[in-house]
Design a protein around this ligand. Structure first.
Ligand SMILES: [Zn+2]
Length: 396
């Protein structure tokens, strides 16, 4: 059996800790923004009030509304900060629980222990929840998380928010996604994302499509020109777009006017969102399955029409698809597995060859014979043989 290796198990768990950490950072930035903006405005109003008091251009009646508005702003600020504090506490709680869950691996001594079985089940459930969230099955994901009591290990709100933005993009509106870009401005700049530019370009394209040339030119000046250093060619193309009809067959304008561009924006947003939260692509469920499949994949896989029913790589329509791009596993010694019983064939359970060339284990032939009154019915061809027809094979 393999040696127990907890560090190896952590290799794909980076995002598990990163997601609440990134959310905490974002929430902290949000509260800083509120503080700077609101306290700045209040202090400005206060200075103004003092100024007017010293120059005696104000009496108590005019001062009252100004003080009231300052007070209201402070109360609003307090409410906003309380909201972000509640969020932050939740993200910290999740981070702690997740770290404890990963740390529990170091308390376990072997893959066979019941503790590992339980840990591994939790991992499978959270990977399934993650997969369902990515595929848009939010209710099923929430239900599984609740049943397994792993809500703190899942990122339901994150995926719900992203789904909302993807929906608005699919409905051809950039507003929500632009707001998201503004909320994540610093982080997007760090990963050199051009999502905001692409959204702005799309808004411009829609103006051009509607023939609103003046508004389109004003839009370019305001929102696209600031990107000129890095996106000069695209800005030039955008200007050229104004000379063309949306039905043009001339490239690149045909491509820019193509409504399918909205779908690529959905994809672009998804990639940026995953990158921002260190969410791996493909999903951890795929990654773990592929790790296992790579151990099964041999040069014999998918060679014949009647591939091995016990081999997951040979299941072309299901797991086999995930194995397509994987390398072959390195086998020094081959192990023969009986396709009927799934057991290993060796001296105790030798491979037996039927006259039609099919090979099964001795145990399988005995089972088959007991099912058909002593006759061996080949499961692949349905031909009938007697036990005496089978010849023992020797493994070299
Ligand atoms: Zn196979």
């Amino acid at each position: 059996m393999n040696t127990y290796n907890p560090s190896g198990l952590l290799a794909i768990e980076q995002s598990f800790l990163r997601v609440p950490h990134e959310q905490l950072k974002k929430s902290y930035r949000q509260s800083q923004k509120h503080l700077e903006k609101d306290l700045g405005a209040i202090s400005h109003a206060m200075d103004d009030l003092c100024q007017r008091a010293t120059t005696k251009t104000m009496d108590s009646e005019t001062a009252q509304p100004a003080l009231d508005s300052m007070l209201k702003r402070l109360e609003d600020l307090k409410r906003k900060l309380q909201d972000t504090k509640t969020d932050e506490e939740e993200f910290i709680r999740r981070s702690k629980l997740r770290a404890q869950h990963l740390n529990a691996l170091y308390e376990i001594s072997s893959y066979e222990s019941p503790e590992y079985q339980s840990w591994s089940r939790t991992r499978l459930c959270r990977f399934l929840v993650d997969y369902m969230l990515r595929k848009g099955y939010h209710e099923s994901a929430a239900q599984l998380a609740k049943t397994e009591q792993i809500e703190a290990f899942t990122d339901l709100e994150l995926f719900q928010q992203s789904a909302q933005i993807e929906k608005s993009l699919a409905a051809q509106s950039c507003a929500e996604c632009l707001q998201w870009c503004s909320d994540n401005k610093v982080a997007l700049r760090k990963i050199k994302s051009s999502l905001e530019f692409d959204l702005r370009l799309q808004e411009f394209i829609e103006l051009a499509r509607r023939g609103q040339t003046q508004s389109a030119i004003a839009y370019v000046r305001k929102h696209l020109v600031p990107w000129i250093d890095t996106h000069a060619k695209q800005v030039e193309q955008a200007m050229g777009l104004l000379a063309f009809n949306p039905k043009t067959s001339c490239e690149p304008y045909k491509r820019l006017f193509n409504p399918e561009r909205w779908q690529s924006l959905v994809q672009h947003f998804r990639e940026a969102n995953y990158a921002l939260h260190a969410l791996p692509e493909p999903a951890p469920l795929h990654l773990t399955l592929q790790t296992g499949l790579s151990a099964f994949k041999t040069h014999q896989c998918n060679h014949q029409a009647d591939t091995n029913i016990n081999c997951p790589v040979c299941q072309k329509e299901t797991l086999g698809k995930l194995a397509q791009t994987l390398p072959f596993s390195h086998h020094v010694n081959s192990t023969l597995v009986c396709r009927v019983t799934g057991e290993i064939m060796n001296e105790d359970n030798p491979p037996m060859r039927l006259p039609n060339g099919r090979v099964y284990s001795l145990k399988a032939l005995q089972e088959l014979a007991s099912e058909h009154k002593g006759k061996v019915v080949c499961p692949m061809t349905s031909q009938e043989f007697s036990m005496a027809d089978a010849k023992k094979m020797y493994i070299l």
